[in-house]
Structures are given as C-alpha cells and as structure tokens.
Ligand binder design. Sequence first.
Ligand code: ATP
Length: 323
Amino acid sequence: GLTSTFLSRSLVPTTSPSLRLRPRSAVPMTVVCMDKSRKEKVVVIMGATGSGKSRLSIDLATRFSGEIINSDKIQFYKGLEITTNQMSISERCGVPHHLLGVLPQDDGELTPSEYRSLASRSISEITARGKLPIIAGGSNSYIHALLVNRFDPLTHPFSSNTSISSDLRYECCFLWVDVAVPVLFEHLSKRVDQMMESGMFEELASFYNPVYADSKNRTGIHKSIGIPEFDRYFSLYPPERNHKVSEWDQARKAVYDEAVQEIRENTWLLAKKQIERIKMLKSNGWEIQRLDATPSIGSSSREIWNKTVLDESVKIMKRFLVK
Ligand code: ATP
C-alpha cells in the first residue's frame, strides 16, 4: 500500500542503516526472545517549542545511555535546519538520533500511522541494543499515535476530549518541560530575531518556490513556520534580486517586518496549542510529570537548569528504571 511504497522510497538512506525497513522475519533474535509480558520502557519528553526539550533529551540520553527518536513532524525532513530548529551534529553530543532530518523535502506528509510504525521499529531496535529510547519533539498527535494501544487513524485525538486513550502499549515516563507563557513568549520572540540573524532569511530565500504558495501544494516541510509567512515578501521581491539590506527602501523593509511579526505570532500560537494538548493528555490519564523550566529561560547558567529541571528529571527517571 501507500505506506510501504512511501517508506521504502523515502526511508532507505545510505547513511543510516538503522532506518532500513526489514521484513518481520529478519528482526534481530534479541527482540523476538524478549519477555513479551513486559512492556518496553520509553521516556517521552514533551513541551512547547522553545521550552528546552532538546536540551533535556541530550542530558538524559548521555546519563542513561539513551537514543533519541524525534517526534517533531517538521524536523523529519532534510533541510531548513535553521527555520525548523533542527539540532546540529555538534549539539547532539554524539547521541544517536532517529527520524531526524531524514525525509526528502518533497515527500508528502508522514501520516500518524506511518510515524507509529517507523518510531515503534526504532524503539524495538534501540531496546534490542540495550539502550533506552527517548522520544522528544512537539507533535503531540504523533506521540499519541505512537503510544496508544489501539490506534484509530480516522479520529484526530484532540478533536474531542473523549478520543484520547490512556491505554498505552509501552511503559512510559512522561516528562513535560513547562515554561510560564509570558516568559516563553518573550523568549520565542527573541529566538525569532536570533534565527533571522543566523541565516533563516537566506535559508527561506533559497527554499522559495512559488509553486508552494498555493495552499493545496503545501504539505510537510512546506508548512514550516517561516515559509507561508514569507510568501508575500518573496513574491514582491524574488530571491534572485535580493540585493544588500542597506539598499532596501521603506516599503520593502515594512513587508519584511510584517513577515517576521507573523512568524512570531504563529510560533506563539503553536506553543499555546502544544501546551493545551499536553494538558488534554494529562487530564485524560497520561501520567505526565511537569517540570517548571521558567527560571532557566534566558539564562545560560548550568546550575539553574540542573536545579530546576535536570536533577528532578534524573530522580524521576531513576525511579522509573528500577520499577
Ligand atoms: P496538527 O494535527 O495540528 O498538524 P500536530 O501535533 O500533528 O498538529 P504540530 O507539531 O503541532 O503537529 O505542528 C503543527 C504545525 O506547526 C506544522 O504544520 C508547522 O506549521 C508548525 N511547526 C511544527 N513544528 C515546527 C518546526 N519545527 N518548525 C517550523 N514549524 C513547525
């Protein structure tokens, strides 16, 4: 079917053999022989964009011999690394990452079912290597699809409060990196400016293709925050004629500022939606443990981060792992 064609077409990279889909019979013996009565353990790091999920995932993976499985639907794709905030190789600190930056840009959207099967395969492989799977990313509908025991592709989990199941197929330790909204919003505003300064505009300019300005062609990576917001700008000032900023007139500067402001607002909306969904999951029986990362925002102090987020997470993880 579509899934297998799609997956075999796009997810057989030459660089990462762990993503290769194997027939069931070729699954390593360790997996086959595992005690079926015990669910596999997975750690799930949740939180709004900009709250510190990536940082926590690396800190925990290095302490507990973990491997990270991405659950951000835009970061599945190759490219737009600045725009989508994809962690660089050096930021990954040698921790293996799965389903991150692997899909070709023009591949359609990964459905929640496809994510469910790919990520569960990664979980089995990581567990078979004796490592701890850590899911990290902000797409809560994908996290839901992956973890529930009975997945229904026809029902969007957040469409009503009754479509969320707390019957999970893994033994999960949920950690929610939470930041007070006003602090988070200010931080996200600054982050947009920093991203623009560190090359997001140039990245968007080289990615621009008027074909995708039509919303029916806009799927997957073409929906990244930044792309639709800059459509108007690039249609008025096509990238090939992007001369020096110092030569821009007032009108051009205004269209640019409008696009950046829209990026800011859409990032806030995304963060709000993510927080609402985490709360919905929690109120429907998911045992999500909240860590208040507010004091660590905007501070580079390792001490504050350790005190407010990491030490508590480590305690929770230790209890979870001996269970
Ligand atoms: P939905 O069902 O609304 O698609 P979801 O939980 O499956 O929600 P989200 O992760 O909330 O997916 O992503 C929704 C939208 O937010 C994406 O389509 C994209 O526009 C934007 N977005 C999410 N993550 C990123 C990112 N890393 N970079 C840029 N934009 C992002």
